[in-house]
Each structure stands twice: as structure tokens, then as C-alpha cells.
Ligand binder design. Sequence first.
Ligand code: C2E
Ligand code: MG
Ligand code: MG
Ligand code: MG
Length: 292
Amino acid sequence: EAKRLGRNTFAFFKPHMDFEFKRALSLEMNLRHAIDHEELSLVFQPLIDLRTGKITGLEALSRWHHSIEGDIPVADFIQKAEDTGLIIPLGNWVLKKAMEVVLQLHLAGYPELMLSINISTRQLLNHSLITTLNEVLTETGFSPDQLTLEITGELSLSSIDSVLDTLKQIKSLGVTLAIDDFGTGGISLNNLRQMPIDILKIDTSFIQGLPNEHDSTIITSTVIAMAEKLGLRPHAEGIETQEQQQFLLTNHCFSGQGYLYSAPLSVEQLLCTLEENTGLFIDHSLSESDVR
Ligand code: C2E
Ligand code: MG
Ligand code: MG
Ligand code: MG
């Protein structure tokens, strides 16, 4: 009997699809379990006013610690969640959890903090997003004007109308919209022109080339200038050095995030960091030369 079962199993998992397929299947089952059993958690990376060094907001980033396999890379499980549709329950969990955490921080003495949440394309295309967003805002009491949704997605011509409609509805709730990974994501200049966007997040790959790599300096300064002329706020991702910060300030980009200021933090680490955040991240000589 065992042998027959074994043979049937073997026949089902044909050798060529064996490894990847089984891995994908188990990842999906594991992810479903993780969503149901709170194996997922959130970390929050501070968003910084580059002129003062003050924390103005937090970006929520998902983490998955699997009990046996350990930390699963976020890019892997978000992609998997997109492919299987699990991004909907996962995304809903992120919305609610992130708002609850930041609301606690508001009540703990940081009422001005903004919150940014990443939204995948499949979430945007899902008809329940607006309803869920409304529900979570009402349930938590989180103020929509302190919420930013970040979008990156690949948008096909067939989906653009539906996405535009959803984005307008999100805007009408009073929520801010940002384009994430601008310059490397799936959003074109044409999309940009059509969409009701407020913030352009300049991708890490350009910021990392500052201040010496010629192409990165041209692209970054041009994107900042373009944002300004279009009435959008530029925001730099992945700032790691004082020189990068200085380049951004000189080119009038006043908002950013990166390891120079803080890595993503656990909820426990946040209160400490917020308390210590008097703007002292900034090397004084640099901020003074910029004020001039
Ligand atoms: P993202 O939204 O562009 O987030 C910024 C990423 O840059 C984060 O990676 C962050 O840890 C990393 N980072 C921050 N500072 C620095 C720096 O100074 N240098 C460098 N090299 N990297 C820095 P993370 O947490 O691994 O997330 C990767 C991506 O996964 C995110 O990119 C986002 O697109 C996606 N993601 C994460 N959480 C969620 C989620 O809850 N929902 C959705 N839909 N996507 C998510
Ligand atoms: Mg993001
Ligand atoms: Mg990004
Ligand atoms: Mg990114």
C-alpha cells in the first residue's frame, strides 16, 4: 500500500516540475498559515526631513519569520503572495496592523507621524481595496491625511483605466499617493501624467551612485526638478552617506530615508528612536553649509 501511494505521489510530481513546484506549493501553504497565525510582522523605517534630521513618518515593511526555515526574504514572499492571490489577505493585514501601531505612537506623544504602506498592483486591481481601506480607517480611527499608499506596479494598458479610477477614489478619501522605486518600477512618465500622485520616491539605485557617478547625478537632479515642476514632492530612498544627503539638499530634495538615519525598526525599537530623535542625526557642519 505504501509503495502504491508512493508511486502515485511520484507520478503526480513529475520529475521536471519536482523541486520548484513542490517548493512553491509548500511556500503557498506556509504563507497561508503565516497570515492566519501571525508569523508575519512589521518593521518601520523612519522617513526623514533632510533639513532637520527629524523623523516625519514611518514606512511599514513586512517580515516573515518561519518557525523552521527562518527569515524568508520579503521580495520572495510578496511575489509569491501576488502570484497566488494571498496578497489580498496579507495586504489587508498590513493595512490594519500598520495603522494600529502608528496610532499607538500618535497616542504615545508623536501625533504628527505619517504612515506609508506599500500596495502591490494586484491589490490595486482588486475591487475590495477601497471598501477595505474605508473599513480599516473607520475601525482604527486612523486619520486618512496621515496615510500614504506607495505603488510601484507594472500596469498594462488594459488595467490602467481601472487603476486610475481606484487611485482617484483613494485620493478622495484624503489619502496621499506615492510612486515607489521611481525610475525602475513599472510606472511610465505617461502613467505619471495621468495619475493623481503626490510623491515621487527616487529609487535607491540612483541614490547609491551619488555624488560621483555622472549618470546618477544627472538622473537624480533631473527627477527632482521634474517633480518640482509637476507639483510633486521628491523623496530619496536608500541614503547611506553624508555626501548623498548633501547632494540631495543642494538639489532641493528635502525628504528621504536610508541606513544613514535608520534601518527599519521593530515596534520595540521605535519608541526609543523617536525619543532620541532631536535632529542630531545630521552632521552639523553639513546642515549649516546648506542653510546658507
Ligand atoms: P521599498 O518599498 O522600496 O522599501 C525600501 C527597501 O529599501 C526596504 O527593503 C528597506 O529595508 C530597504 N532600505 C532601506 N534603507 C536602505 C539603504 O540605506 N540602503 C539600501 N540598499 N536599502 C535600504 P525591504 O524591507 O527588503 O523591502 C523590499 C521591498 O518589498 C519593498 O521595497 C517593497 O516593494 C516590498 N514590500 C515590503 N513590505 C511590503 C508589503 O507589506 N506589501 C507590499 N506590497 N510590498 C512590500
Ligand atoms: Mg516602499
Ligand atoms: Mg522603494
Ligand atoms: Mg524598492
